[in-house]
Design a protein around this ligand. Structure first.
Ligand code: NAD
Ligand code: UDP
Length: 323
C-alpha cells in the first residue's frame, strides 16, 4: 500500500450502478476519497448525482475493457451488468467486461501493489445440485447457454484473480454475491424484486416465470455493502476467498410475489409466464465462512428491506409520472 496517503483513495468500477453507488456512499461517509469509474451501460448518473461536486468524489466515464491508468490505494471491481435482461443484451460485451475487465483491474493492482476486490456471484454455482451452496462447491454451469456469458465470465474472472494471486502475489478478495435488492435497483432491469414491486405499484399483473416454485435468497443492499467493507478490511494477504455474501433465508418466487402484493395492497393478479432457459431451481448461501472470517451476517429482515424498497420505487415512479 502507498504509505503516504492520509486517507485512502479507492477505485470503484461500476460505481454508478445499484451496488456500486451504495458502496461509494459508504466509502465517502467513512472519509475515503473515491474514484468512480463507469461506462454508464446500466448505471445511471442519478445514482451518484448527489456526490458530483463532493471534494472527495471523482467520476470517470470509462470502459473497463480498456486499460486503466490511475493512482489508487485500493480497488473494488463491480463493473458488469447484473440482471439477465441486461447481460444477455450484448453477451460478447458482457464476457469481455468480466474477463478483460478483470485483467485490466488486476494489472492496475499489480503495478500499484494494492488490494483488489472482485464482485463475483452465486451464478458461479449455476443450477446447483448441492444445497445450500458453500464455497467448496464447484458448481453446475452450462458453458454454452444464454446465461453463460455472465456465469462463465465471472468464473473466468475468479480464475484470473487466483492466478494473479498465486503468480504475482496480488492481494485479492473475491465475494460471491447472492441476490441483492434495495433502493436504486433499476426499475426496468428485469430482476424479480424490481419487476414485482413496479408491477404491484402500477396495478399490473405480476409475472411469475414458470410455476414460481424456484427459490432465491434475498439480501438487503446495506448488509451486502457492510460485508464488502469488512472483507476488504481484513488485514494481511491470507484471505483471497471466495466468500459467499448473502441472506440465507430462502423464498419461493411465488411466496415473494404474495409478500409484495400484501405489502403494497395491490390488486394485481399473479400470472405464469415461460421459465427462461437454464433458470436455476434453487439458491441459498451457506455463509459460515463470512460469519467466521468477517464476523458478518445479514441484519435486515426481508420484510423491512422490502418496505424500504417499495417506498423507494413508489417515490421514483411518482416523480417519473409527474415528469
Ligand atoms: P448494475 O447493473 O446496477 O451495476 C453495474 C455497473 O457496471 C453499472 O453502473 C454499469 O454501467 C457498469 N458497467 C457495466 N459494464 C461496464 C464496463 N464495461 N465498463 C465500465 N462500467 C461498466 O448491477 P449491480 O447489481 O450493481 O451489480 C454490481 C456487481 O455485483 C456486478 O459485477 C454484478 O455481477 C455483481 N452482482 C450483483 C448481484 C445483485 O444481486 N445485484 C448479484 C451477484 C453479483
Ligand atoms: N422471475 C420471475 N418473474 C420476473 C422476473 C424474474 O418469476 O418478473 C424469476 C426468475 O425466473 C428467477 C428468479 O425470479 O427464477 C430470480 O430472477 P432474477 O432475474 O431476479 O435473478 P437471477 O435469476 O439472476 O437469480
Amino acid at each position: 500500500m502507498r504509505g503516504y496517503s492520509i486517507r485512502k483513495r479507492v477505485l470503484v468500477t461500476g460505481g454508478a450502478g445499484f451496488l456500486g453507488s451504495h458502496l461509494v456512499e459508504r466509502l465517502i461517509a467513512r472519509g475515503d476519497e473515491v474514484v468512480c469509474l463507469d461506462n454508464l451501460f446500466t448505471g445511471i448518473k442519478q445514482n451518484i448525482e448527489h456526490l458530483l461536486g463532493h471534494p472527495r468524489f471523482e467520476f470517470i466515464r470509462h470502459d473497463v475493457t480498456n486499460p486503466i491508468s490511475l493512482e489508487v490505494d485500493e480497488i473494488y471491481n463491480l463493473a458488469c451488468p447484473a440482471s439477465p435482461v441486461h447481460y444477455q443484451h450484448d453477451p460478447v460485451q458482457t464476457i469481455k467486461t468480466s474477463v478483460h475487465g478483470a485483467i485490466n483491474v488486476l494489472e492496475l493492482a499489480r503495478r500499484l501493489n494494492v488490494r483488489v476486490f472482485q464482485a463475483s456471484t452465486s451464478e458461479v454455482y449455476g443450477d446447483p445440485v448441492v444445497h445450500p451452496q458453500s464455497e467448496e462447491y464447484w458448481g453446475n454451469v452450462n458453458p454454452i447457454g444464454p446465461r453463460s456469458c455472465y456465469d462463465e465470465g465471472k468464473r473466468c474472472a475468479e480464475t484470473l484473480f487466483f492466478d494473479y494471486h498465486r503468480q504475482y502475489g496480488i492481494d485479492i478478495r473475491i465475494a460471491r454475491i447472492f441476490n441483492t435488492y434495495g433502493p436504486r435497483m433499476h426499475p426496468n432491469d428485469g430482476r424479480v424484486i424490481s419487476n414485482f414491486i413496479v408491477q404491484a405499484l402500477r396495478g399490473e399483473d405480476i409475472t411469475i416465470y414458470g410455476d414460481g416454485s424456484q427459490t432465491r435468497s434475498f439480501c438487503f443492499v446495506d448488509d451486502m455493502v457492510e460485508g464488502f467493507l469488512r472483507y476488504m478490511d481484513v488485514p494481511g494477504r491470507v484471505c483471497p476467498g471466495p466468500v459467499n455474501i448473502g441472506n440465507p433465508r430462502e423464498f419461493t418466487i411465488r411466496q415473494l410475489a404474495e409478500m409484495v402484493i400484501e405489502m403494497t395492497g395491490a390488486k394485481s393478479r399473479l400470472i405464469n409466464c415461460p421459465l427462461p432457459k437454464d433458470d436455476p431451481k434453487q439458491r441459498q448461501p451457506n455463509i459460515s465462512r463470512a460469519r467466521e472470517l468477517l464476523d458478518w451476517a445479514p441484519k435486515t429482515e426481508v420484510e423491512v428491506g422490502l418496505r424500504k424498497t417499495i417506498d423507494y420505487f413508489d417515490k421514483f415512479l411518482s416523480t417519473e409520472d409527474a415528469g
